[in-house]
Design a protein around this ligand. Sequence first.
Ligand code: 1GP
Length: 271
Amino acid sequence: MQSISIGRVEKYLMDKLEKEGALHFTLLDPEYDDPYLVRKIVEAADNAGSDAFLVGGSLGVGTMSAERVVKTIKETTTKPLIIFPGNVDNVTRYADAIFFMSLLNSRNTYWISGAQALGAPIVKKLGIEPIPMAYIIIEPGGTVSFIGDAKPIPRKKPDIAAAYALAGQYLGMRFVYLEAGSGAEEPVEPKMVERVRKVVSVPIIVGGGVKKPKEATKLVKAGADIIVTGTLVEKSKEPEEELIKMVRVIKQVGKKRVEKRKKEEAKKEEK
Ligand code: 1GP
């Protein structure tokens, strides 16, 4: 039996979380199959200090477009590129890692373990690092909720989200993603993140509808470790400026978290 070891990308993320307290990921949807736009977004995100890139989408993504977008990103940045798959055909050989995720609150077994069974041998063959992740959809949920046949968790029911997140952790998943759906009018409620934070110890990723630095601040303060934004830069005329503001606040709250943790550790040592 071979022991399971944590891969290079996951280690990078965990080390960075330890040092910086909170991270920002930039999501690119291969549906926007335009190398010029992809390069522009990646350069902006890289300059703004975004920590990693996600590629994925639930509609209109084929292997060819996913591959082209991933290649363009790899040519533009040295930061890790993680596939955030909408389906099996999002898997491409050029990525550094893949969020090997299960849509825990889907009603359809295909999205819980079927697509994973189809994808696993491909991930192994291509040698992509799998990072196990619990994917949980919160209302409104958007396109991914519809495609993924989810029973989206009501926004005001943090206990349900916490129960799913804890189940994910107990199933061995090393990240939890709370998803409000790309382009959601509002992100997940900070109160829900706070509740999830109380029960899980793995990093919490929050995405869907995060457009303002103020929203990101509240989410990180509530306990989010990683904030994902996609639509924000796709729609912006000034992607770099938008991202600089976004990343800055995430890092500010993250820094405070690290300082607090260090103080608590020092106190413990004194005792
Ligand atoms: C979608 O959570 C991501 O899967 C990002 O959402 O496009 O709304 O930033 P936005």
